[in-house]
Design a protein around this ligand. Structure first.
Ligand SMILES: Cc1cc2nc3c(=O)[nH]c(=O)nc-3n(C[C@H](O)[C@H](O)[C@H](O)COP(=O)(O)OP(=O)(O)OC[C@H]3O[C@@H](n4cnc5c(N)ncnc54)[C@H](O)[C@@H]3O)c2cc1C
Length: 379
């Protein structure tokens, strides 16, 4: 079988690519999972459309973020950011909590394109399934952070962070809020989260980078401490039971400098398209998938080179990604000691935090960045 496009990996990026590819071309979406998006390796939050207009002001059309209600299980109104000292910074911020697996399955299914599920692919100058190379004019590498296509093509990778999450039942906090916690004992070099899904169900997880942790510590102990011992979080989880567990990785780096290589186009986590300081990759994967599909359609009609994708996704999203990365790098310098985190955050007001969560760089942050070598000596 000859295809116009093979979409290799059908997570968020692959599903949104499939959704926006024209119906009259030959497309196959391939994934090793039999049930797309499941198990859910994600906190499942996406900013509301109103918030996305602020986060990605250069995106021409934000209608992709009018996410149908059938894919959402909760709508939260604020973030509660908790420091190791217990100080809380509350920020109004509207988020949707998704049923991410249902969204992926439905969007990919409704695209009308062929889906080949339960099939693990490899890459050797083309996507290879069961030892057979599939012929296609374009390959979409939407195979996630550990992209086999990227590795086989010899394209250098990027920094990733391990993360572990429980789905818990019996959460007893405010279901209107998303809780983010920092502290070396629970989330070395990252943050821990409680994301209420409604009816007492919550995604509870930690990011954990070993180089920031105490010697001998690990992500499993960190998540259990967060659930059972950490003040503030354990109180809300004391009667909660674990329903399921996952471990996965999230890119915490800049996006790849080049995302089109011949007829292969990288979309989503495979290209580290994330807002790295908050580990957000769903909205960026949605946008990248839509842009990739539009460029591929034009390319197949002979109207443009695939390289147009490089220009369009950067115009829409690069600024937020770069700002996120600046904040993430500052965080790396702070996160070595909880006392240092607490001292730096004495400078941070609620208004600053609101800007930081929206991938903004307030003047104070820019100044702190410039003076960090000196401030680190004092803090
Ligand atoms: C614990 C955790 C929590 C997160 N929480 C959030 C959050 O709340 N909000 C947010 O915005 N982002 C979050 N992220 C990041 C977000 O999940 C990703 O950025 C996003 O899902 C990327 O989508 P993707 O389609 O590029 O990759 P993926 O969702 O990883 O999809 C890749 C697909 O490719 C398939 N695949 C890979 N290799 C092969 C192969 N060889 N053969 C066949 N199939 C293959 C996989 O099965 C998978 O379906 C989180 C990440 C983690 C790990």
């Amino acid at each position: 079988m000859e295809y116009d496009v093979v979409v290799a990996g059908v997570g968020v990026a692959g599903a949104f690519t499939l959704m926006h590819l024209p119906k009259d071309i030959r497309v196959a979406g391939i994934d090793r999972r039999k049930e797309l998006g499941y198990p859910v390796e994600c906190g499942e939050i996406v900013p509301s459309k109103k918030e996305m207009e602020v986060l990605l002001p250069d995106l021409d059309d934000h209608s992709i973020f009018e996410i149908p209600e059938r894919f959402t299980v909760n709508r939260t109104r604020r973030f509660v950011f908790v420091l190791p000292s217990g100080r809380e910074i509350e920020v109004d911020f509207e988020m949707l909590v998704l049923n991410r697996d249902e969204m992926i399955q439905s969007i990919a299914g409704d695209s009308g394109h062929e889906l080949v599920l339960g099939a693990r692919f490899d890459y050797d100058n083309g996507v290879v399934v069961d030892g057979k190379r599939l012929s296609s004019r374009v390959v979409v590498a939407s195979d996630g952070a550990n992209s086999v296509i990227r590795r086989r093509m010899g394209i250098p990778g990027f920094e990733i962070s391990p993360a572990k999450q429980y789905v818990m039942e019996g959460f007893e906090g405010d279901e209107d809020a998303i809780y983010m916690y920092v502290g070396r004992r629970i989330s070395a070099g990252g943050y821990a989260w409680i994301i209420p899904k409604g009816n007492g169900i919550a995604n509870v997880g930690v990011g954990f980078r070993h180089e920031f942790a105490e010697k001998g510590d690990n992500i499993h102990n960190a998540l259990d401490r967060f659930v059972r011992e950490w003040p503030h979080s354990s109180e809300m989880l004391k009667r909660a039971k674990i329903r399921s567990k996952i471990g996965a990785v999230v890119p915490v780096d800049k996006p790849l400098g080049k995302t089109v290589f011949g007829n292969v186009i990288f979309v989503g986590d495979s290209a580290s398209m994330v807002i790295s300081h908050v580990g957000a990759g769903i909205p960026t994967s949605m946008v990248a998938g839509k842009i990739a599909a539009g460029v591929i359609a034009d390319h197949l009609r002979g109207n443009c080179a695939l390289e147009r994708y490089e220009v369009l996704w950067r115009k829409a999203m690069l600024k937020a990604m770069e700002n996120g990365y600046v904040i993430k790098k500052m965080w790396d310098e702070m996160a070595v000691r909880d006392e240092r985190v607490i001292r730096y955050f004495k400078l941070v007001t609620k208004k600053d935090m609101a800007a930081i969560l929206r991938a903004g760089l307030p003047l104070k942050v820019k100044m702190a960045r410039a003076f960090m070598p000196v401030l680190n000596l004092i803090f």
